[in-house]
Design a protein around this ligand. Sequence first.
Ligand code: ARG
Length: 401
Amino acid sequence: MTERIVLAYSGGLDTSVAIGWIGEATGAEVIAVAVDVGQGGESLETIRQRALGCGAVEAYVADASDEFANEYCVPTLKANALYQGHYPLVSAISRPVIVKHLVKAAREFGATTVAHGCTGKGNDQVRFEVGIQTLGPDLKCIAPVRDLALTRDKAIAFAEEKGLPIETTKKNPYSIDQNVWGRAVETGYLEDIWNAPTKDIYDYTATPEFPPAPDEVTISFEAGVPVAIDGVKVTPLQAIKELNRRAGAQGVGRIDVVEDRLVGIKSREIYEAPGAMALITAHKHLEDITIEREQARFKATVGQRWAELVYDGQWFSPLKRSLDAFIEDTQKYVSGDIRMVLHGGQAIVNGRRSETSLYDFDLATYDTGDTFDQSMARGFIELWGMSAKVASGRDIRVEGK
Ligand code: ARG
């Protein structure tokens, strides 16, 4: 029987050419699998037909947009995950859900190998292949760009020679990856890290210099999950989409960073994640009133480690799973409403309320009604400083100053 290979298919030039390229190099039949993670753009049926037109024996489309929002974006939100303090893991969280569908398709179509369009220099190859090793340990992996010398120029020549139904003239100098959680843009002119991004790079966000009138929004959460916007019930997918639209119109969520890739390279990235950044900001502010201080401090460390694991392709790892359990436990009382103003590139919280809040007005107030006994503070401070005071006494004794 002819060997079968499942290819992660985006509909773009590289993966379209990869269908025939893999076929010629290996003699295998190629099954194209496109996964909808809310990336927008062309209809998936158009993409499916293109795969068939490029020589795929089967083309399969998985609608994973709600699954992606519920099982990948929501955990990222609960963790307030920002890799290196900036990046909400847009591409990193899409790979594991794509892998799930690739492995499922490999089973359905009897394939022995999974192929993807990544280069040998990035994180995404790691995320795909570590995921596949975990979910389908018997499956092999192949990356035509990395393993079969499929360069850009060769791809264009191949597409023209074979008359493939794909645009080869439109030159986009950037490498773009997008889904409902955000959009990542790299390469080209951006590789000079002193160059400011030009306006044409952005798609999810409008220029914040000329914003429309301020937009006030109330986001309601239940146990860390967004459940309503301005009182209207929403699914997580709807919440992200609605905030992409409203925060995007105000230029919220533009990120320009040089980040540390897993493979040891520092790389310049432009991200736009209006919905994700508005949601993370709101969620964090709700945690500020509903999570106890020590739990909150520890959770910040856990969230950072979680982000690193996910960035590094360890979505399906035991440690990531254990951290999920911790994070989930912290979310029990993260319920309530956050009011924020979206304007001029910023999402600023100006109101919060929760039935499960730890904010105690009577303890906090400086007005009459104050129930806090200030005389307790003296003794507390005395003891709190004791350890450092003893050490400082020792230093003076030994060092004589
Ligand atoms: N650097 C980011 C990451 O590793 C984004 C990569 C996105 N890929 C792309 N082709 N632009 O998650």
